[in-house]
Design a protein around this ligand. Structure first.
Ligand code: S3P
Length: 427
């Protein structure tokens, strides 16, 4: 299938539930005191992995078309799994779950697919071991599989993260719910705060002070119902495509606009895009809004570095595409975490953009892009990475010549109906 040179994008789009919030909703519901109903759940492969794992841990989960019902068994209701837990491609599942498993009175092993077993795990093993869990991993405790001998008597720690990571922060906070005392985590820049907000919405003893979060021992989690906001990371592909294709008019409905996730909107505005957020409201402590994107057809290059990076980390592949079509130079820096995502996203994007004729230079922590318009047609590699695949498809839609993809199956990891939603708004 070739993706190329479309005329215009127009229409309203509803997005599947935010992947990050969905993972957390499944986890909190499973540990809650009873029946929880979750609507607009993200049903990409990553979220399905979390559902499957909680079933393997003895939780009853009923999945209908538009909702999932989870029968929580309480903080201490998980069962020792009979077999190895498989997080497939999901870093969020393996890392946050390792925090929960660390507090259980049983043994478990968790692993993933050929991409996940290459992702760094020392960052969770270290703090969770300090709390009293026994965790080991491959290659000197660096990579999955992780073998976890949980400890029901965890102790609280004060821990300073050396990298801004919501997955690691959340693993520690999850374990902190079980630990005697108050667990405190601080991070160098603020990463997404969905775990903290969820805990607050459930009335749990969580406190947030800028980049510092604390949680005291939790006695119980009440059951809850929730509607998950649309995924801003999925909507980002439409923000970029809509901005770059002149005459486009898109309304992205019910999108989560948590300030720890809206870096993409700020960057696109700085690049000169015509984007506005309206109809703002709250769902369970999470801000939601509609986003209007009007295609001006031209953007200008910008510098993206520093504290904003964690607030747009998953959008960098598509921001690189925006940079490729922008006038002038776009610099992305301080984004070394991109090298340990589902693929090395710096290398992947630089390689694929270069293949299309983009003037782009790989930097240790990012890339330097000199924008242009006339690019070649070509077949791209997706490196089994959903965000690289979708970003390069957006590239194809804007370029005259277009792109063909090697394998699009990774898109199912976060946004199974991406192509369908795209087709609905191509005019
Ligand atoms: C996520 C945190 C981020 C992000 C990932 C989802 C989360 O990863 O890239 O897609 O849901 O907590 P890090 O915590 O590794 O930065």
């Amino acid at each position: 299938m070739i993706f190329k040179n479309i005329n215009r994008l127009e229409g309203e789009i509803y997005f599947p539930g935010d992947k990050s919030i969905t993972h957390r909703a499944i986890m909190f519901a499973s540990l809650s005191n009873g029946r929880c109903e979750i609507k607009n759940l993200g049903l990409g492969r990553d979220n399905l992995s979390t559902i499957r794992i909680f079933r393997d841990l003895g939780i009853e989960i009923k999945k209908n078309k538009d909702r999932v019902v989870i029968f929580g068994r309480g903080l201490n209701g998980l069962k020792e799994p009979q077999n190895i837990l498989d997080a497939e491609n999901s870093g969020t599942t393996i890392r946050i779950l390792s925090g929960i498993l660390s507090a259980q009175p049983f043994f478990s092993v968790i692993t993933g697919d050929k991409y996940l077993v290459k992702r760094p795990m020392k960052r969770v093993i270290e703090p969770l071991s300090l709390m009293g869990a026994e965790i080991s991993g491959r290659e000197g405790n660096r990579y999955p599989p992780l073998a976890i001998k949980g400890n029901p008597k965890l102790k609280a720690i004060e821990y300073e993260l050396s990298i801004a990571s919501a997955q690691v922060k959340s693993a520690i906070l999850m374990a902190g719910m079980y630990a005697e005392g108050t667990t405190v985590v601080s991070e160098p820049s603020k990463s997404r705060d969905h775990t903290e907000r969820f805990m607050k919405s459930l009335g749990l003893p969580v406190k947030v002070n800028q980049k510092k979060v604390s949680i005291s021992k939790v006695s119980e989690i009440p059951s809850f119902d929730i509607v998950i906001p649309g995924d801003i990371s999925s909507s980002a592909f439409f923000m970029v495509a809509g901005s770059l294709i002149k005459g486009s008019h898109l309304i992205l409905k019910n999108v989560g606009i948590n300030p720890t996730r809206t870096g993409i909107v700020e960057v696109l505005k700085k690049m000169g895009a015509d984007i506005s957020v309206f109809n703002e409201r709250y769902i369970n402590e999470e801000p939601v809004g509609d986003i209007l994107v009007k295609g001006t057809g031209s953007l200008k290059g910008v510098e993206i570095k520093g504290d904003i990076i964690p607030r747009l980390i998953d959008e960098i592949p598509v921001i690189a595409v925006a940079g490729a079509f922008a006038e002038g130079v776009t610099l992305i820096d301080d984004a070394e975490e991109l090298r340990v995502k589902e693929s090395d996203r710096i290398k992947a994007m630089v390689t694929e953009l270069k293949k299309m004729g983009v003037d782009v230079e790989e930097l240790p922590k990012g890339m330097l892009i000199k924008g242009g318009r006339k690019y070649k047609c070509g077949k791209i590699n997706t490196y089994g990475d959903h965000r690289v695949a979708m970003a390069m498809i957006v590239f194809g839609l804007i370029s005259k010549e277009g792109v063909m993809t090697d394998d699009r199956s990774s898109i199912e990891v976060s946004f199974p109906d991406f192509i369908q939603k795209l087709n609905e708004v191509i005019k």
